[in-house]
Design a protein around this ligand. Structure first.
Ligand SMILES: Cc1cc2nc3c(=O)[nH]c(=O)nc-3n(C[C@H](O)[C@H](O)[C@H](O)COP(=O)(O)OP(=O)(O)OC[C@H]3O[C@@H](n4cnc5c(N)ncnc54)[C@H](O)[C@@H]3O)c2cc1C
Length: 379
């Protein structure tokens, strides 16, 4: 599977998946047949993460093919992303604590040979080493494999989950503060406290069609012991009303301007922001992927004669005019704004997020009950 960094390719991938493969998704989605055969899942996350195509575009397209009932599983999966984002928005301290804990464990594990063996794919576990190679080369892993990988990292290799989350963020094209941090916390047993995900030999054998040999795992470990409780921080998500001559800032999570809720507003200029100065260093492949996606968005705006410029994140504080910002969500881009220009930015929140995040105070099973309302309102 090769991910081409453009909206045209994203739409091709969406259309092809909906036309040929959607019907078998709920039955086959848990199988990882290897990088050469990925038609049992959509492979859309690198695009959706960057806003190249939106969750709503994907859901609408799926509903043209078949009914809500037939599509329910796929739609739920697509909306997991919205749920995780909303969950983290209501508890932003989880992200701050993750970054602080990461700093501490990094110092401790810098020269740890088990850690270095793991990130170099040099363990005694054939499956794990193959996945390390795959994530570095293809910058994608199947969802089930991400669960096995994280579980092996934490419970068999006994490495801190924060270092694993960093490793994923560095190499995944779809690396996302919410889905990744909360995915790792969930496997560790600290997201749903006391409930962890233990990878097992039979499960890996079954869902990889016995691809790997000698899968010797620790299958009876207890969850990670962290019972920190996070209070919900209520957030007011009122959309700013941009004045004349204001400019718009777009980060790498919102690169589908032509489909966004604010496309009819007029801005003096649009700044597409590149951010390579992150606490979590990105791999060269991921940096280049993001760079190409920014170029692709600029090209599409150029084609419509909309003035846009790609800038480095460090240039934001130097912008003279007032600025609106497509809300970057909890993560490194928002951290930069909060630190460097806290009083200058006015946020524009996606309407689906404004509506759906109010259902993210509890677990996903509660959120699921609200999905028909979300669909009725936006689709
Ligand atoms: C430890 C761990 C880390 C993860 N890190 C990330 C990450 O950094 N970025 C990321 O986008 N996803 C992450 N995921 C979620 C999931 O693995 C990927 O979204 C999925 O594998 C993408 O492949 P796909 O597009 O083929 O998914 P499909 O199965 O085709 O699903 C369709 C879409 O639904 C959404 N989706 C599906 N499952 C999930 C999920 N569990 N959480 C959130 N959205 C989901 C994605 O947008 C995906 O494109 C992580 C999961 C785990 C267990």
């Amino acid at each position: 599977m090769k991910f081409e960094p453009s909206r045209i390719k994203a739409l091709d991938q969406l259309n092809s998946f909906i036309k040929n493969d959607l019907n078998k998704y709920s039955k086959l989605r848990n199988f990882d047949y290897g990088p050469e055969k990925r038609d049992n899942v959509s492979c859309l996350s690198p695009y959706i993460t960057h806003g190249i195509i939106s969750e709503l575009e994907v859901i609408k397209s799926s509903l043209k093919k078949s009914s809500y009932i037939k599509n329910e599983k796929f739609i739920q999966e697509v909306l997991w992303r919205v749920y995780w984002k909303g969950w983290l928005e209501l508890r932003p301290k989880v992200w701050k604590d993750f970054l602080n804990q990461l700093k501490a464990v990094k110092e401790k594990y810098n020269n740890n040979s088990n850690y270095l063996d793991a990130i170099q794919g040099n363990t005694d576990l054939e499956c794990f080493d193959a996945w390390v190679e795959e994530i570095k080369k293809n910058n994608y892993l199947h969802n089930h494999t991400r669960m096995w990988f994280a579980s092996i990292w934490i419970f068999t290799l006994k490495l801190p989950w924060q270092l694993g989350a960093e490793f994923f963020m560095k190499h995944l094209y779809d690396g996302d503060a919410a889905s990744n941090t909360l995915g790792w916390r969930w496997v560790a047993g600290i997201q749903t406290q006391g409930k962890h995900y233990l990878a097992s030999e039979w499960n890996i054998n079954k869902f990889t069609n016995n691809k790997f040999k000698n899968i010797k795992l620790k299958e009876n470990e207890p969850p990670i012991d962290d019972y920190t409780q996070y209070q919900i921080e209520t957030k007011i998500l009122n959309n700013h009303d941009p004045k004349e001559n204001e400019s718009l800032i777009i980060f790498d999570n919102n690169l589908g301007y032509e489909e966004c809720d604010f496309v009819n507003l007029k801005f003096a200029n649009i700044y597409l922001v590149n951010n390579n100065k992150r606490e979590i260093e990105l791999s060269e492949n991921v940096i280049n992927f993001k760079k190409e996606l920014l170029n692709d968005q600029k090209q599409r705006l150029d084609n419509q004669s909309i003035k846009a410029e790609i800038i480095d994140i460090s240039e934001i504080p130097k912008i003279k005019e007032d600025i609106s910002v497509l809300y970057p969500t909890v993560g490194e881009n928002l951290d930069y704004l909060t630190k460097n220009c806290p009083n200058r930015v006015n946020f524009l929140y996606r309407l689906i997020d404004q509506f759906s995040w109010s259902f993210c105070n509890k677990g996903f099973f509660n959120f699921k009950n609200h999905i028909p309302k979300i669909i009725a309102k936006f689709v």
